[in-house]
Ligand binder design. Structure first.
Ligand SMILES: Cc1ncc(COP(=O)(O)O)c(C=O)c1O
Length: 327
């Protein structure tokens, strides 16, 4: 061997092993939290007797992490435990332990910007509907990389339609409970897909505007911001709540009240908000242009302010530093 070849050979070996390490890293399966353990994605399975699967009997949260901080984790955990209380599901962990499980799932997968799905089902039972036969809940947490669409750009503009499906009434299987029963939203989404719309707006039983399939809705008229109240069977959205407070901080008047489809049609601006969708303008409803078909000034302002807000440390719980904020 020529002496000159040695460093070259060494470098190649280094390059090769670095490449191999990269491939191995890429091959590594995401780790899913399952009832207190972390298991690889391909092994993360639930029983076919789980009532979450058989009957949609369970609850969940869709949560977001921005730059190593879980946005409004405390609010999500509180909402999850409220849902559990209403469906009388005895939670297997304390709120603090559940928050820690979320943070640990992000740490195990080395994620900083992510979408997190936290699910608690009634657990395995027999084929009957009776939840009394389900001995212990099933808990799993999935975290996937997801970057924000927020930023210096303009908000997305959506084409929506008013669905023929109605949001369930507040004394029924209301979306006030974030349960695993999403058929109402799914049917509306199928309808929107067939009509070539991006999403559907559901009215409540009385004919007032409720919300979209997975987002809460707002309108702006004459400088005033209006959003349907809980009477319309909405999910008590965490983004909605933060946007309401953001409006107040910006000196905008906000009303939470019944909204008619007419008011939506003649609004100056309409926008939707949610954890996954963040904030998007609505430019068309059932073929009629809304707000000139583009994001209006209030929507753009809220979008810019919300983009700055989601990464503020005080808005979330740090993943990699101190222990979880106690709830
Ligand atoms: C039916 C429904 N409404 C509204 C929202 C928005 O809620 P949040 O801001 O808490 O994500 C969601 C979110 O999944 C939803 O499913």
């Amino acid at each position: 061997m020529f002496l000159d070849d040695c460093p070259k050979l060494d470098t190649n070996v280094t390059v090769l092993s670095a490449k191999r390490r990269l491939v191995l890293e890429m091959d590594k399966e995401p780790l899913i939290y399952m009832d207190g353990k972390f298991v690889e994605k391909s092994k993360a399975v639930v029983s076919v007797f789980d009532h979450g699967l058989l009957y949609g009997d369970g609850i969940f949260e869709g949560i977001r992490a921005y730059n190593g901080s879980v946005f409004r984790l405390v609010d999500h955990i509180n909402r999850l435990y409220d849902s559990a209380r209403v469906i009388r599901l005895k939670m297997p962990l304390t709120k603090h332990e559940m928050s820690e499980a979320v943070l640990e799932t992000l740490r195990k997968n080395q994620l900083r910007d992510a979408y997190i799905r936290l699910v608690v089902t009634r657990g395995s039972g027999d084929l009957g509907v009776d939840p009394a036969l389900c001995k212990s809940p099933t808990t799993f947490i999935i975290a996937e990389p997801m970057s924000s669409i927020l930023g210096p750009r303009e908000p997305k503009v959506l084409r929506m339609m008013v669905s023929s499906y109605r949001r369930d009434a507040v004394d029924s299987t209301s979306h006030e409970v974030k349960s695993l029963n999403y058929m109402n939203s799914i049917l509306a989404k199928i309808e929107a897909n067939s009509a070539g719309a991006d999403d559907a707006i559901l009215l409540d039983r009385r004919g007032f505007v409720s919300e979209a399939s997975v987002t809460n809705i707002f309108l702006v008229k004459d400088g005033k911001v209006v959003t349907p109240s809980s009477a319309a069977g909405i999910l008590h959205g965490i983004t909605r709540d933060r946007i309401v407070r953001l409006c107040q901080d910006l000196g905008l008047e906000v009303e939470q009240r019944d909204v008619t489809p007419f008011e939506l049609a003649v609004a100056d601006e309409v926008f939707v908000v949610g954890t996954k969708s963040e904030l998007a303008a609505v430019g068309m409803i059932s073929g009629n242009s809304v707000g000139g078909g583009a994001a209006g000034p209030t929507t753009r302002k809220l979008y810019q302010e919300f983009s700055k807000l989601v990464v503020r440390p005080e808005e979330g719980t740090p993943v990699y530093e101190a222990a979880a904020e106690s709830v």
